[in-house]
Design a protein around this ligand. Structure first.
Ligand SMILES: Cc1ncc(COP(=O)(O)O)c(C=O)c1O
Length: 370
């Protein structure tokens, strides 16, 4: 069994993906080719934003957003400590200081109730993460940020396709930034990412920053990056968008089914594991289907012996990463994130999981928990 099965998906879209890749090989515009513009139109329409700016990775998307907001040394940006490293890395890469706000223990997303206390005169942006494929509580976060005149950037790397109160992830704040890493809900065959906004000025700036800060050929009013999405990756993503609604529906169905099966398997000891909690106003795309167990090391070893792959997203809360030691944050500062980091473990999840495979995973979980 694969943790994420990309080969079955490829077999499904092979004619379309092969044809589109060959078109790029034929026309030869490998960088900024027509597929890039076409993809940006498709994605902007899908998310419901005026602008989509495709970029080279999710990390570049977040960094370009911060650069467009003119964030740099002396500034603070608020994010969650329980996320993939890149969420805080980009804040430090632009020279600003990451300021962490602990997460809600049920959703693992930035806890709006703790946000206001972390805002200082140096705060320049709030960057909540929509972890595991479920959006953070953007109405609550936007309201607080708005009171303090702060822009909000959604780290939507794991939540492309998810909805919050009927609106799409990526379109829930001033800027949304997503990733097309192959294992993401919408994944390329290499690295990729995208930015979303309704703001004309920010969209123009972000387009310039992804191209070395160039506003016209060889004229650079600001610094930027080589941050473009390749035409071949855009071609792959266009082929995948043809089946994306169907895949999102499968993810939602399979996630709910996992929860149902796990609840039934642990009916006699419901406290032995924690299954994902999805807010009633959210749909989750389950970039990861992540549970909590008490003795994770033993559980992990047993699952491996039973032939079921697992992964840990993420074993160390970001405030405890060696590179952030200078921030002076220690164990105990963000107890919810620290507890989650010591207990979470993700099960195989992708739109092509069969009922038999899900049953096999659940049986293994029950056996591994003991
Ligand atoms: C929450 C989060 N933020 C940012 C990123 C960075 O995206 P990428 O790997 O495309 O640079 C990822 C992807 O792994 C992620 O999961």
């Amino acid at each position: 069994m694969d943790f994420i099965d990309l080969k079955t998906q490829y077999r499904r879209i092979k004619p379309s993906v092969d044809a589109r890749i060959h078109q790029v090989l034929d026309h030869g515009a490998y960088v900024m080719g027509p597929e890039v513009t076409e993809l940006e139109q498709v994605l902007a329409k899908y998310v419901g934003n005026k602008h989509c700016v495709s970029v080279a990775s999710g990390t570049d998307a977040l960094m370009i957003a911060l650069m467009a907001l003119d964030i740099g040394p002396g500034d603070e940006v608020i994010t969650a400590p329980f996320t993939f490293f890149a969420s805080a890395e980009v804040i430090a890469l632009v020279g600003a200081t990451p300021v962490f706000v602990d997460v809600d223990p049920r959703t693992y997303n930035l806890d709006p109730a703790q946000l206001e206390a972390a805002i200082t005169p140096r705060t320049k942006a709030v960057m909540p993460v929509s972890l595991y494929g479920q959006c953070a509580d953007f109405d609550a976060i936007n309201a607080i940020a708005c009171r303090h005149n702060l822009p909000v950037v959604e780290d939507a790397a794991q939540s492309f396709g998810a909805t919050y109160k009927g609106r799409k992830s990526g379109a829930l704040s001033l800027i949304g930034a997503t990733s097309f890493f192959p294992s993401k809900p919408l994944g390329a065959y290499g690295d990729g990412g995208a930015l979303f906004t309704d703001d004309d000025r920010l969209a123009k700036l972000m387009r310039e920053i992804r191209l070395h800060g160039q506003d016209r050929r060889y004229h650079h009013p600001r610094l930027g990056l080589t941050g473009r999405l390749d035409s071949i990756q855009a071609a792959v993503l266009l082929a995948k968008m043809e089946i994306f609604d169907d895949e999102v529906a499968a993810r939602i169905r399979l996630g709910a089914r996992y929860s149902e099966l796990l609840r039934a398997a642990f009916a006699d000891k419901p406290d032995a594991i924690r299954i994902p909690y999805i807010e009633p106003f959210n749909t989750c795309v389950y970039a990861q289907y992540t549970i909590e167990v008490a003795s994770r090391d033993i559980f992990e070893t047993r699952m491996k012996a039973l032939g079921v792959p697992t992964a840990i997203h993420y074993p160390i809360a970001l405030h405890l990463q060696p590179v952030f030691a200078h921030l002076g944050l220690r164990e105990g500062h963000f107890p919810v994130s620290e507890a989650a980091a010591s207990r979470v473990i993700s099960l195989p999840m992708h739109p092509y999981l069969t009922e038999e495979q899900q049953a096999e995973v659940v049986a293994a979980v029950r056996e591994a928990v003991g």
